[in-house]
Design a protein around this ligand. Sequence first.
Ligand code: NAD
Length: 268
Amino acid sequence: MEPYRIGIVGCGGRMGRMNLATIAAAEGCVIGGGTDRPDSPVIGSDLGLLAGGEALGLTVGDDPVELFAAVDAVIDFTTPAACRRHAELAAQAEVVYVVGTTGLAEADQAAIDQAAIQTVVIQAANMSLGVNLLQAVTEQVARALDADYDIEVVEMHHRHKVDAPSGTALMLGEAAAEGRGVALNDVACRARDGQVGARPRGEIGFATLRGGDVAGEHSVIFAAEGERIVLTHKASSREVFAQGAVKAALWGRDKPSGLYSMRDVLGL
Ligand code: NAD
């Protein structure tokens, strides 16, 4: 049987490199190619060396059309604008498309939803098993408690992260809103500054911390008079996200087209 070829877009990035290394070490798949933006310093580098292993004789390109035509699946941890283009190419080439990119605007998400009509798309703002479990638990706890419990989502990431609150924080906020039977957009407070007044009952608040090399930490707090429940996940390495992404790419192999989440992949 032909090896299952996984391509990486944005392969010079923090997650891109981790994804390459994870594919190289995984059973049942090989690195099928990689791209980055045309002015990236990694263009022309050997993908095997970028993965931290032996040279493969495959180099980083800047043409995503060529990449999508040459692989069975593509993993995307890039930028919202790049992601929109990649979603169109995934649909045309009918390859399994795994999207981890966050900070997507409505139009970017629409391109992904559109692609899922024609091909298998697996999308998650967080690919780790732990966070996907936390999402399920958050929904359950929010369902069990009423609005006497104020819900706050706190996150911290490394200093290079460009979107806030993190996609994972929003995903946890969505889970809390779902459990409480409300729409997140109606109750979310994404940042506070100045004379904002007392906290409205039922609000779901977010707080964002940035600094150092933190791979990702999230807490969902349920605070009432007299007690507080704090659910926390800490990622100490990006490896957990890459392992989830590669698992998703392999899982998508024989699935009908559609939009799937990591909860589908993990059977949660
Ligand atoms: P990064 O900046 O280190 O990497 C992004 C890479 O994409 C860079 O190499 C950049 O040059 C490349 N890129 C930009 N435009 C491109 C284009 N048009 N074509 C090809 N490549 C292009 O960022 P990162 O820390 O690796 O994070 C990337 C994204 O993944 C962010 O949105 C982040 O929030 C998200 N993320 C998601 C998860 C998850 O589990 N879902 C985990 C970590 C990070």
